[in-house]
Design a protein around this ligand. Structure first.
Ligand code: T4K
Length: 368
């Protein structure tokens, strides 16, 4: 039986490196609530991402929910977003009492089609929450222009975009804030984890308090906060993984280049294209089967039969979820390009230690 290949495999430091990193926790017994590892990781990430402020969270979803809450938008306000994303993005909007208005995507890099945003803006629109997808980024300049013109807030779901650069600048610099996910499946992981990055100094206290029950001081609770703190073991994993990140991204790049070499020039197979001025992190490798001799679902099944678990990220679209059935703004027919791609896309296995002979195996099954 050949080895099973999953869509990804978490990047991990050596056991020795991690044990060394966590060993002092046995001296301090300080395990959570913004300890030394938390502080160190925060500083490292502010440096790495070239942003003034990074607030760490126990996961990316709560980071996004908290960032949206910090905007203090009127309940029932409309937020223009994309349905071509993980459940988290839309849920974070709705759990803040806001209404998601779904904008279609472009069929080049599958981010929000910026030419369709303005037609969706109404008197109720309060914000735009776009998603950088797979390591490609949104048209940040055009989104910025629209947001300024209409006075809208922008929070990027940058769960897939850690370490990505645009025109040499960190992707964390765009919009009012960006959320990163540090889940085990991401390019950079803290087991579970996430962050919100931003420039506005006045948000620091608010976001820090909000993730710790709204506690502002020993005897003062200023906000109706929750608990979304990153713990010391998560932060320690981050401190280890950040040391190896650039090397891991380089390894991913080589794998992606090999996939492209093996699969390019084939009728009906659409590969991710390089974005101008963008340094990708090679987070995912999406392939769209459109008019190929096998459908996406057939390729998915053929791979699965041979022990290879590709994934249909993102299918179904979030505007087709059962829980949004009664929302007047929902319905996949309103975003035909997103629906077209969601029915045809497959993300192939990709992680730093994926072997090139395994890539060959995957490509041979697709092509045979
Ligand atoms: N926004 C966007 C655009 C996102 O993609 C996500 C998360 C979020 C927001 C929210 O961020 P977080 O709150 O998660 O930080 C996975 C991840 O759980 C999720 O983080 C990710 N997006 C989503 C795209 O993928 P599943 O349900 O597909 O994960 P699962 O458990 O099936 O794992 C996929 C594969 O990863 C496994 O087959 C093997 C590998 N794996 C998995 C785990 C759990 C590992 O190698 N190690 C592991 O520990 O959602």
């Amino acid at each position: 039986m050949l080895n099973e290949i999953l869509v990804t495999s978490s990047s991990m430091p050596s056991k020795e490196e991690f044990f060394e990193e966590i060993s002092e926790l046995w001296d301090t017994h300080w395990l959570t609530n913004m300890g030394i590892k938390h502080k160190l990781l925060q500083e490292k990430l502010e440096n790495y991402l070239e942003v003034p402020h990074v607030i760490l969270y126990t996961n990316g979803h709560l980071a996004l929910e908290n960032a949206i809450a910090a905007l203090n938008l009127p309940k029932g306000g409309e937020v223009i977003t994309t349905p071509f994303t993980f459940a988290s993005t839309t849920h974070a909007i709705v759990r803040n009492g806001l209404v998601p208005v779904f904008c279609d995507i472009n069929d080049e890099n599958y981010t929000m089609d910026v030419n369709k945003i303005e037609a969706l803006i109404t008197d109720q629109t309060v914000a735009i929450i776009p998603v950088h997808v797979y390591g490609s980024i949104c048209d940040v300049e055009e989104i910025d222009r629209i947001a300024r013109k209409y006075g809208l807030k922008v929070i990027y779901d940058a769960a897939h975009a850690f370490a990505v650069k645009y025109k040499g600048a960190s992707v964390a610099c765009f919009g009012d804030a960006s959320m990163f996910s540090f889940h085990a499946t991401k390019v950079f992981n803290t087991i579970e984890g996430g962050a919100v990055c931003f420039k506005n100094d006045s948000w620091v206290q608010l976001l820090n308090d909000q993730k710790n029950f709204g506690i502002h001081g020993p005897e003062e609770v200023a906000y109706v906060g929750g608990n979304a703190k990153m713990n010391e073991f998560q932060a320690a994993m981050g401190l280890c993984n950040i040391r190896h990140l650039d090397e891991e991204i380089n390894k991913r790049k080589l794998i992606v280049e090999y996939y492209i070499k093996r699969l390019s020039g084939i009728d009906g197979i659409k590969l991710p294209s390089k974005q101008k001025d963008v340094e990708s992190n090679y987070a995912y490798f999406p392939v769209v089967f459109d008019g190929y001799k096998y459908t996406r679902n057939e390729v998915f099944t053929r791979l699965a039969e041979k022990g290879i678990a590709a994934r249909k990220y993102f299918y179904p679209l979030t505007n087709g979820f059962e829980c949004y059935r009664n929302y007047p703004t929902a319905g996949t027919e309103k975003t035909p390009i997103a629906q077209h791609i969601a029915l045809r896309v497959l993300t192939l296995p990709l992680y730093a230690d994926l072997r090139l002979d395994d890539v060959d195996r995957i490509c041979n099954i697709i092509l045979e």
